[in-house]
Design a binder for this molecule. Structure first.
Ligand code: NAI
Length: 381
């Protein structure tokens, strides 16, 4: 029986109207029927509920785009290995999902809708399981990494250097999820702040946000010698291998992490591309990585590093918010642009770039990842 995207969308829109209640009902059904599955989930389920709905939304709205759906589900299947999800868990989740839809999409529920959802779920689960099996042939579900250096760069900020127990392949601009011993089963994403190195070390920039579980643990309760767990590297904010255009890199706060990895990649490559790196921070004290950036700039051909401060009236360098200073330069319309930082900053920066004539196809950011991993309590907004 073919899946009917329209039927799926119509019934899902009913569910969306009650997303909180529907997610509680879904997990209630799932755990009541399969109590042992509760152990796979984190203690607090708030972020998890958002994630479930984000995933379902993506799946439903990608039904017309099979290749996008397949790549999304494959990533999801691969990433679910770290939670200990096994093929035999999928039917239980499918049954809870159908039961939830039956209740919350009652106005649009019909034998046809049930058949469409059952088929769609079976296909999605099959894609995830296959991707997980393929991945298992070449990579572990997670990596244990020793904290070899913990550098406190401010009251709420630390730069951690990690040594994974096995090689962890990644591209500059990608991120990993991190779990600390303090909060079992709670994973949060952090960008890798360096290009791949021969010694395999990874660096993370972490700001502890109020009530942040993992970010607080990483900044305040972690020291050299501790172990954290890492999920596989993922993310699409990577350099276009076909492009030789000059680069504009724009970082706000700890959004510097993936931007620095991209700048390092250009310095290490033999392609002559000029790089402008705008580093936004509130005050001079918040320019937590400036000495490192200056030494990167000193290498040939290093990036031109421009600090931009938004809350320092006395600062002698460039002042203002990143989206508002872009027109003080010669022009960016022939550049590839990468933007990372607080979500409102990224959105406003993209809008400014568009106004300045930069084609949106050349503007890269990672807002989608933030939506995939919403967490009111952590360093990635
Ligand atoms: N730690 C990591 O690996 C990564 C962090 N991020 C995100 O980067 C962000 C960094 O946050 P913080 O370090 O606390 O940065 P912050 O709040 O100190 O701000 C950094 C810069 O962004 C500007 N900014 C803030 N809000 C703005 C707005 N509404 N409009 C225009 N500019 C604005 C500030 O003026 C400043 O220049 C977080 O949202 C985090 O989720 C993103 C990717 C990786």
């Amino acid at each position: 029986m073919s899946m009917e995207p329209r039927t799926l969308k119509e019934s899902f829109s009913q569910l969306e109207a009650h997303s909180d209640k529907a997610a509680s009902y879904f997990y209630g059904r799932l755990f009541a029927a399969n109590p042992r599955l509760r152990a796979l989930f984190p203690p607090a389920m708030t972020a998890q509920r958002d994630r479930l709905f984000h995933a379902l939304t993506r799946i439903v709205w990608s039904q017309d785009n099979p290749s996008e759906l397949e790549s999304y589900l494959s990533r999801l299947g691969r990433d679910h290995r770290k939670y200990g999800v096994l093929p035999e868990h999928y039917p239980a989740v499918g049954a809870a999902l159908i039961a939830t839809l039956r209740v919350f999409a009652a106005d649009r529920w019909s034998p046809e809708a049930e058949e469409s959802w059952t088929a769609a779920y079976r296909r999605a689960a099959g894609t995830m399981i296959e991707a997980a099996e393929r991945d298992a042939a070449e990579a572990p579900p997670w990596w244990a990494a020793e904290v070899v250096d913990h550098d406190r760069r401010g009251p709420d900020l630390a730069v951690l250097t990690l040594r994974p127990d096995r090689p962890l392949a990644f591209l500059p601009g990608q991120y990993v999820t991190v779990q600390t011993a303090r909060w079992p089963r709670v994973w949060r994403p952090y960008s890798i702040a360096n290009a791949p190195r021969p010694d395999g070390l990874l660096r993370l920039h972490v700001r502890a946000v109020p009530a942040g579980w993992v970010s607080g643990a990483l900044v305040r309760h972690t020291t050299a010698g501790d172990t954290v767990l890492l999920g596989p590297a993922t993310g699409a904010m990577t350099l276009d291998p076909e492009s030789d255009r000059d680069l504009l890199l724009i970082a706000g706060g700890t959004g510097l992490a993936p931007i620095k990895a991209l700048a390092e990649q250009v310095v290490l490559s033999d392609r002559a591309r000029r790089v402008h790196l705008l580093v936004g921070a509130r005050t001079e004290r918040d320019l937590y990585d400036l000495p490192d950036l200056r030494s990167l700039a000193a290498g040939a051909p290093g990036p031109k590093v421009v600090p931009v401060l938004s809350h320092s009236p006395g600062f002698e360098g460039m002042r203002g918010e990143l989206p508002d200073v872009l027109d003080r330069f010669d022009g960016w319309d022939d550049h590839d642009v990468y933007v990372c930082g607080p979500t409102p900053m990224v959105r406003r920066t993209v809008a400014s770039l568009q106004r300045l004539g930069v084609p949106l196809t050349r503007v890269h950011h990672d807002l989608l990842r933030a939506e995939e991993a919403p967490s009111p309590d952590d360093g990635v907004a």
